[in-house]
Write a protein that binds this ligand. Structure first.
Ligand code: MN
Length: 254
């Protein structure tokens, strides 16, 4: 690991979020930090890129930049614009308020920021604090994990095209039962859409109203976090299903 690393920070909860401040404090001992984050909450923005409007960057203080766009915009602008000629060594995205587990990673702005960095050739880690509704957030364990993970990535590097999705249980560090390398779990969607009537008598719908359930399968991110372990899932951006390729060879598509 270089004596002074340069680390890019992003998140999807917005530049003022508690998790971003916690991440900054956690990583400050490792070197120079550059924050490029959305100017407002962008959770569940997924991997969306703003192509049809101008983007504005505001330097709020030295190395703290807010962008009126998505987490993907932030990372893209940082690596292809602001810091094009002096690239950071890695990206850490988080600490997200809420887990990014199982299928939910496909909606996640936190993970998308790490995906964008990975696509642009920069090693990346996404880190999220998995808490239950109404719980007070305790960032201490996630801060420790973020610092350790960044150290590992800076010294060992990551395979191109692979990022780390880390989920930390919302418990004090002394209650943590260690760490586990996991696979992506499976969410069970129950009452995923809530239907109601607005004050003017029109129907409206609200996505994501159901409770958080998951398939109880071994070695998943869900299982680790519910067992009070830190979950580390390596994600590969090549989404090709190599096993399915053979089976499709006998199909006819034209
Ligand atoms: Mn978020």
């Amino acid at each position: 690991m270089k004596a002074m690393a340069r680390i890019l920070l992003c998140n999807d909860d917005g530049i003022d979020s508690e998790g971003l401040k916690a991440l900054y404090a956690a990583l400050a001992p490792l070197g120079e930090l550059i924050v490029v984050a959305p100017d407002r909450e962008q959770s569940a923005a997924g991997h969306s890129l703003s192509l049809h409007r101008p983007l504005r960057i505001n330097e709020l203080e030295h190395n703290w930049f807010s962008v009126d766009g998505t987490p993907t915009d932030c990372v893209n602008l940082a690596l292809n614009g602001l810091f094009k000629s002096e690239r950071p060594d890695m990206l850490v995205s988080g600490i997200n308020r809420g887990g990014n587990l199982g299928d939910d990673i496909t909606y996640s702005g936190t993970v998308a920021a790490a995906m964008e960095a990975t696509l642009l050739g920069l090693p990346a880690v996404a880190i999220s604090l998995a808490h239950a509704d109404g719980e007070t957030l305790d960032f201490e364990l996630a801060k420790k994990v973020a610092r350790a993970a960044a150290r590992e990535v800076l010294s060992r590097g990551l395979e191109p095209g692979v990022l780390l999705n880390i989920n930390v249980p919302n418990i004090p560090p002394q209650k943590c039962r260690g760490e586990k390398v996991t696979r992506q779990g499976k969410r069970v969607y129950e009452e995923a859409v809530v239907e109601k009537i607005d004050p003017r008598g029109r129907e409206y719908y609200w996505i994501g109203g159901g409770s958080l359930l998951w398939k109880d399968e071994p070695d998943t991110d869900f299982e680790a976090v519910s067992n009070h372990q830190v979950s580390i899932t390596p994600l590969r951006l090549d989404l090709t299903d190599y096993d399915a390729m053979k089976g499709l060879e006998s199909w006819r598509f034209h």
